[in-house]
Design a protein around this ligand. Structure first.
Ligand SMILES: [Zn+2]
Length: 237
């Protein structure tokens, strides 16, 4: 009888522990999200392309204007602790090539957003639960994979952004790359950005002229590592 009792309590304990483990996971079931330093390092060792590269450090003259590190964004609060832009290695390499090509025309890239930790995507959807403009956390964003870029063009002499059809993160019809009710100059600038990005392996999102997915984004997992974690890992690599 004692043995049966012991088996019963052990089983009960196991069920309780198991239940707790499931309840403790902050992520939706069935979604693979890398939130562990060791796991990310293992991935880089197996495939160097998995590394999230600091874009500002690796692309000369790149201008970053990370709105989510300021209150100047749709959430009206700073959701990033610092203005940082990371992307997977092949994404960074293509952006570097684009920057070099633009330089010949006196132009450059401006990055509004790049890698975005998964936890931030969850927060965005709480503030703005519309999956046309904000990724549904059930699927995650390609930004969470370090394989999407929000970008515009600047004039290198003035540092000013070229005229585009809408502001960044303007959730309106004007944001669509197919929107026609704009000036000729805005059309020309938008076309140049989209053509260059497309040539270098990106696809524009049909609801936002500034958002580009890197072709082959599927090879990169969703990530929930903070910028601080990435810096810490960088020094350990
Ligand atoms: Zn985007």
């Amino acid at each position: 009888m004692k043995t049966i009792y012991r088996i019963f309590t052990t089983l009960l304990l196991l069920i309780l522990i198991g239940g707790n483990t499931i309840a403790r996971s902050p992520y939706p079931a069935g979604l693979k999200i890398i939130s562990d330093n060791a796991e990310y390092q293992k991935q880089i060792k197996a495939d160097a392309n998995q590394e999230l590269v600091d874009l500002e450090k690796s692309i000369p003259g790149l201008v970053i204007d990370i709105r989510y590190a300021t209150s100047d964004n749709f959430t009206k609060q700073a959701v990033y602790p610092a203005a940082r832009a990371f992307a997977r290695k092949p994404v960074a390499q293509q952006l570097k090539a684009i920057q070099e090509e633009l330089k010949l025309r006196g132009l450059g890239l401006k990055i509004y957003d790049a890698y975005r930790p998964y936890a931030v995507t969850v927060k965005f959807f709480e503030v703005y639960p519309d999956s046309v403009f904000v990724a549904n956390p059930k699927k995650g964003s390609r930004h969470n994979r370090g394989a999407a870029i929000d970008a515009s063009l600047i004039d290198l002499k003035t540092g000013k952004e070229l005229q585009m059809p809408s502001a960044f993160d303007e959730f309106s019809e004007r944001a669509k790359p197919s929107f026609q009710g704009i000036s000729e100059l805005q059309k020309v600038n938008r076309k140049l950005l989209i053509e260059l990005m497309t040539k270098h392996g990106f696809t524009v999102y049909d609801s936002e002229w500034w958002h580009f997915d890197f072709n082959g984004w599927q090879q990169f997992d969703l990530m929930d590592l903070s910028f601080e974690q990435l810096d810490q890992l960088k020094s350990e690599l």
